[in-house]
Design a protein around this ligand. Structure first.
Ligand code: SAH
Ligand code: SF4
Ligand code: F3S
Length: 456
């Protein structure tokens, strides 16, 4: 653990009495958002307040994602537009954190072409932030810290975005090397947090009134593999389920190759675990799955789905799908549509394949024109809209437990929340209910949500 106390007091001295403001923006997955909360935690210790307006910020930090090219392009666009801000206010500090920084060609590009950037902070080096800021305040033009500190030491410092929903990373990194994916390169190998740390963090959150605990990892099903067999993910779920209080537990993501009978048993045995599983399938074609290095077949995937549906036919499933993997044939794509019809997901998150430098798939020939990929994507989205509308009807007349999230953006006097099944529910209600559980009877279904009335 690196102790920042001395560095932080020196920063406070240099910054003086005026309240300094930081603009921190996270892109990408919830793990990255959680890192952003840790960055904010450290900044708060240094005396910073926070703003959503870049033009009044003394420090701008972009916590970036590298999973697809458009995510990177967006960040480069934003950094480009900050050149003006920096010219107007040379004392403004700009830092780039997150997954993009772990690719050496990107770090080089930032250094060379974006002189407005003062420093780069690596994904495992969040605790190095005070040191970088200090160098920057002392006049260093460009500094970088991509050292390997431990990931966990900043946990206690989080500034959480929500007062009722909390993300809790249970592991970092990924060992799977799916051939399209950059994550194992930018996040390193799997490291599981110690169960006692996770348990005490969740206990504290529940004491503070948090209603939703989202356990995070790139593949939570391999949680504990590096802890010498003392803990597994199903065991962890059972242990967290014993914590007293009115809250529910969600988790993300589950790799189908490691979704065991023990996991399914734990989901059904634990009353606090939400009745929803996000199980990314990526493709319905065995050939594509093999070339993606996913290590399961469509049949093996159905086996898991069948077992879940045997126990609860209404159980909610969501997935991730990649359209247009290198040389994906029409038959491969049809197999993906088949799997969607057969599983009947409540929701899907679909992406057009994006080539990532350094991955295996980037070396594969790809004869599929972009236009064809776009057409496939539109077909897939249209099919899912029909499935959702039809499938959501199974809830009409039934009751759902809903965590009220916010006021509805579409209808005056309505609230929006997510049910245990991870389905958006809209219902009439007072904003004082936000952050509370309510019982809703479902009266209607749309293609993106259900509507209902509060019964309790
Ligand atoms: N660890 C999680 C996924 C993290 S990335 C899991 O395995 O489920 C989230 C999603 O982004 C992936 O499931 C995949 O569908 C998509 N994705 C990852 N790399 C991609 C790429 N190069 N192009 C397009 N989509 C990609
Ligand atoms: Fe990427 Fe595959 Fe790891 Fe998920 S499991 S983060 S898709 S390599
Ligand atoms: Fe993106 Fe990094 Fe997450 S690449 S999806 S922010 S782990």
């Amino acid at each position: 653990m690196n102790d920042n106390t001395a560095v932080i007091s020196e920063i406070k001295r240099l910054l003086g009495d005026r309240q300094r403001l930081a603009y921190v923006r996270s892109f990408g997955c919830q793990l990255n958002v959680s890192d952003g909360e840790k960055i904010k935690g450290l900044l708060r210790k240094m005396g910073f307040g926070f703003t959503d307006d870049e033009s009044e910020a003394d420090l701008i930090m972009l916590n970036t994602c590298a999973v697809r090219e458009n995510a990177e392009d967006r960040v480069f666009g934003i950094v480009g537009s900050m050149k003006k801000l920096k010219e107007q206010r040379p004392e403004l500090m700009i830092g780039i954190a997150g997954c993009m920084t772990a690719q050496s060609h990107i770090a080089e590009k930032i250094k060379k072409s974006y002189p407005q950037v003062d420093f780069v902070l690596g994904t495992s080096a969040i605790n190095g932030l005070p040191k970088l800021l200090l160098e920057c305040l002392r006049g260093a033009r460009f500094s970088a810290d991509i050292a390997e500190y431990d990931d966990f030491s900043a946990t206690a410092e989080q500034v959480r975005e929500s007062t009722f929903k909390a993300s809790v990373p249970i592991m970092f990194g990924c060992n799977n090397f799916c051939t399209y994916c950059i994550v194992p390169y930018v996040r390193g190998r799997e490291r599981s947090r110690r169960p006692e740390d996770i348990i005490s963090e969740v206990e504290g959150l529940v004491r503070d009134g948090y209603k939703e605990i989202m356990l995070l990892g790139q593949n939570v099903n391999s949680y504990g593999n590096d802890l010498g067999g003392e803990m597994s993910f199903p065991k962890l779920l059972r242990r967290l389920n014993e914590i007293e209080g009115d809250f529910w537990i969600r988790f993300m993501s589950s790799h189908p190759k490691d979704a065991s009978a023990g996991l399914i048993d734990a989901i059904f045995d634990c009353e606090k675990v939400a009745k929803h599983l996000h199980l990314p399938v990526q493709s319905g074609s065995d050939d594509v799955l093999r070339r993606m290095n996913r290590r399961y077949t469509a049949e093996k995937y159905f086996g898991i789905v069948d077992e879940i549906r045997r126990r609860d036919p209404d159980f909610s499933l969501t997935t991730d799908i990649i359209v247009g993997f290198p040389d994906e044939t029409n038959e491969d794509f049809e197999a993906t549509l088949d799997i969607m019809e057969r599983v009947r997901y409540d929701n899907i998150y679909s992406f057009i394949y994006s080539k990532r430098t350094g991955t295996k798939a980037a070396e594969m020939p790809d004869g599929v024109p972009e236009e064809e990929k776009g057409q496939r994507m539109r077909r897939l989205l249209a099919l899912q809209r029909d499935i959702s509308t039809e499938h959501y009807k199974r809830f009409i007349g039934k009751r759902m437990r809903v965590l009220a999230d916010d006021v509805s953006k579409k209808r005056e006097g309505f609230l929006a929340g997510k049910s245990s099944e991870f389905i958006i529910v809209e219902f009439e209600g007072d904003s004082s209910l936000i952050g509370q559980f309510v019982e809703v009877e479902v009266t209607g279904a749309m293609n993106w949500a259900v509507t209902g009335e509060i019964v309790k």
